[in-house]
Design a protein around this ligand. Sequence first.
Ligand code: 5GP
Length: 119
Amino acid sequence: MTYDPNNIFAKILRGEIPNNTVYEDDHVLCFDDITPQMPVHCLIIPKGQYLSLTDFSATASDDEIIAFHRAIAKIIKIKGLSDDGYRAICNTDIDGGQEVPHFHMHILGGELCPKMIVR
Ligand code: 5GP
């Protein structure tokens, strides 16, 4: 699968679609999810063109991977989730139910997350 530069997050990165930015640096953008599933629900994305967590983990530069992980800690603090915690989810590919083909991590919190469905 090749990266589709017309996916919705690519359009957000180009400024073609507005977003409620939580955090931004040279490598990372974080914005609120348009249909929040929890009181806090934001999405962290790399600015580089990566399809999925697998693609990002395998092919992103060390700088990009470090920046992404450092950003998580900053975003948790910005969103006030440091004390009570949160859930981080990366839906991946078909079986993971990934809808937008640009790697993203969901951060969910602000109340107790429902129990995971284990199958
Ligand atoms: P996935 O199912 O790919 O893991 O999650 C994609 C997420 O992107 C969904 O939670 C969906 O609500 C969110 N989303 C889709 N389109 C937009 C948009 O235009 N703006 C924002 N902020 N979020 C979006």
